[in-house]
Design a protein around this ligand. Structure first.
Ligand code: UGA
Length: 437
């Protein structure tokens, strides 16, 4: 394989994983970031996101001399002898005004590096960007000797390294075939199916996939509600559906709604894109509305479980909250459904004491304002009127539920992830309420 000289701009989730994984594939990678302290830590292989295997890969790349970290986009490009051949843009594209992706950072990086690029350089957009960004990047670059390629990333938090190195597919889009082929060749060793396409289609694949996943989850959450009304069991229904290979078993677990830094942002952005194209995307609108409603529905479920009646008051009820992150195996709280449900419970007057394996009480982030965080799960249960599972951390299964039963005021569990074994809970003396059964 031919080792390429690669610069990665941005060492966030996607950038750092991309840099470390490309280095592990044998390429020479320099990662640049604006934050000097972060770069210092990365040079010591200190990775501050919770991502299995990433710190090890960074340490390996550093030791092999294939991976290095520098301050600034310009330095990342210039650090390579003869300049970088391929420059990955992995910078934030947050939700801007009206749900439209904000491209300010992409634009300022392009401004910064424009004059520095050698003829023949390929710019790769890895950030999730609206359709048309490749075209906009070409205009901003204003260099006919530099190519732009869209190469969306499909990794999930918590399994980012695994997803990068064993992808379901690689998507590379450009209006310049040669540039697209150079980028897809970087991943040749992975042996994944590759979709080579035009820039607009590649950009759309990412949104289309994330919106479809969100739709799948909203569908399952709606189906779980219907199961409750019809006396059916959602676990059996989804299992039965999932054996159909056109549907698949994955991504069919009901929960308190989908969240995180991607699905909410991308569904809103897609809706804006559709609006701007004068297309009324009703299915996507319903997907988002169903998700909003799901949070309220969870609160009503908790209300019923605690008070025994619809519309009962949660005022001064003490709830032990298990899980704050948007899903298990991550410490990410961005757009967490658990926090959204917690905020609604607070509004309803409940007092919340929360435990999450990835959130420490001495390192509280601004997202957590309305919740008291404890470092001991049994403290979260102390004198609680109910325990509520909001994130599917596997370790909740193996808690000493008898010990929790003697700590609570009332032995009620509302399990919004259908995570726990209800017989174990019953034996410990709890009543268990899940979703969709
Ligand atoms: C998502 C996509 O799954 C990735 O393919 C994509 O690359 C990434 O966004 C991105 O755009 O960067 P991620 O945000 O890490 O990945 O999280 P997911 O694992 O997709 O979970 C999203 C939400 O759905 C979480 O709140 C999770 O708890 C929920 N979920 C997931 C369920 O409620 N049930 C399920 O069966 C699966």
């Amino acid at each position: 394989m031919f080792a390429r000289r690669i610069a990665v701009v941005g060492t966030g989730y996607v950038g750092l994983t991309t840099g470390a994984c490309l280095a592990s594939l044998g390429h020479r990678v320099v990662c640049g970031d604006v934050d000097p302290q972060k770069i210092e830590r990365l040079r010591r292989a200190e990775v501050d996101i919770l991502e299995p295997g990433l710190a090890e890969l960074v340490a390996e790349g550093l030791a092999a001399g294939r991976l290095s970290f520098v301050v600034g986009a310009k330095t990342a490009i210039a650090e390579h002898e003869d300049g970088a051949e391929i420059v990955y843009l992995c910078v934030p594209t947050p939700m801007g005004v009206g749900g439209v992706a904000d491209l300010a950072v992409v634009e300022s990086v392009i401004d910064e590096i424009r004059g520095l690029l050698k003829p023949g350089t390929v710019i790769v957009n890895k950030s999730t960007v609206p359709v048309g960004t490749s075209q906009r990047t070409i205009e901003l670059l204003n260099r006919s000797d530099v190519s732009v390629v869209s190469n969306p990333e499909f990794l999930r938090e918590g399994t980012a390294v695994e997803d990068f190195l064993n992808p379901d597919r690689v998507v590379v889009g450009s209006d310049e075939q040669d540039a697209a082929e150079r980028v897809s060749a970087l991943y040749a060793r992975l042996g994944a199916p590759t979709v080579l396409t035009d820039a607009a289609s590649a950009e759309l694949v990412k949104y289309a996939a994330n919106c479809f996943l969100a739709m799948k989850l909203s569908y399952v959450n709606a189906m779980a509600e219907l199961c409750e009304r019809l006396g059916a069991n959602i676990a059996d229904v989804t299992e039965g559906m999932g054996y159909d290979r056109r549907i698949g078993q994955a991504f069919l677990s009901p929960g308190p709604g989908w969240g995180g830094s991607c699905l909410p942002k991308d569904t809103s952005a897609m809706l804006q894109v559709a609006d701007a194209a004068d297309f009324e995307f009703r299915l996507l609108r319903a997907t988002i509305d169903t998700n909003e409603r799901q949070r309220q529905r969870i609160v009503e479920k908790i209300r019923f479980a605690v008070t025994g009646k619809r519309g009962g008051s949660l005022s001064h009820m003490r709830l032990g909250i298990f899980g704050l992150t948007f899903k298990a195996n991550t410490d990410d709280l961005r757009d967490s459904p658990a926090l959204a449900v917690a905020a609604l419970l607070r509004q309803a007057g409940a007092e919340l004491v929360a435990y999450d394996p990835a959130v420490r009480s001495d390192n509280l982030r601004p997202e957590i304002s309305s919740v008291t965080v404890v470092d001991d799960p049994y403290l979260a249960g102390k004198e609680a009127d109910a325990l509520v599972i909001l994130t599917e951390w596997p370790e909740f299964r193996t808690l000493d539920w008898s010990k929790l039963a003697s700590a609570v005021r009332s032995p009620v569990v509302v399990d919004t992830r259908n995570l726990l074994d209800k017989d174990t809970l019953r034996r410990a003396g709890f009543t268990w309420t899940g979703l969709g059964r």
